[in-house]
Design a protein around this ligand. Structure first.
Ligand SMILES: [Ca+2]
Length: 192
């Protein structure tokens, strides 16, 4: 076909050619705008959160808990399935309006540092949050009796190995929910 003859000939064929070229240009334009489009601040932020979460998960793979008082680094005392079960207990305790602090703390209390790392791994990312991000979202960071942000801690009946959160007379004192949770997770050595 000679140059210049492209749009000559049967008008129906010309229409088909014009439409075809239009479609190709449109598709190329769409691809180019997708490739070179600047991300919105929300998209950039979402990417950063996803990347941070992925870094956190990658870090868990070779995380090692600090040595215990005995001087030895603890090995997991629970199975992966049990860790998954505890991760689910954590998740479920935080669903809905309130938070079941007793379920959160009780299911973690007996665990060593290696077990806790397994729980964080099995929790993974839920609702775009790591287990710690979920705690920050759900737990009170300071005691406030008016807003039912009660103090939590060890007493005669309940020992979770968080001595700095000793509950005082009449059950007052202790640590905020978040402080107590951080106290439990110290054994894992994970940045919380
Ligand atoms: Ca909740």
């Amino acid at each position: 076909m000679a140059k210049g003859k492209f749009f000559s000939g049967d008008y129906r064929l010309v229409i088909v050619k014009v439409v075809a070229i239009g479609v190709i240009i449109f598709v190329l334009y769409k691809l180019a705008t997708q490739l070179f489009r600047k991300k919105t601040p929300e998209e950039t932020q979402a990417d950063e959160i996803a990347q941070n979460n992925q870094n956190f998960l990658n870090g868990l793979n070779d995380a090692q808990p600090p040595a215990e008082n005995t001087g030895s680094v603890p090995m997991p005392s629970i199975t992966i399935a049990e860790a998954g079960n505890i991760a689910n207990i954590q998740y479920n305790a935080m669903q809905g309006t309130g938070t079941d602090e007793a379920a959160l703390f009780n299911s973690l209390c007996g665990l060593n540092g290696a077990d806790l790392i397994l729980v964080a791994q099995e929790f993974g990312i839920r609702d775009e949050r790591t287990i710690f991000q979920y705690y920050y979202y759900e737990l009170c960071s300071s005691i406030n009796y008016l807003t039912n942000c009660l103090g939590h801690g060890d007493n005669e009946d309940f020992t979770c190995g968080v001595p700095q959160c000793q509950v005082g007379i009449l059950g007052l004192g202790g640590c905020s929910e978040l402080e107590f949770m951080k106290g439990i997770w110290v054994k894992s050595g994970l940045p919380f």
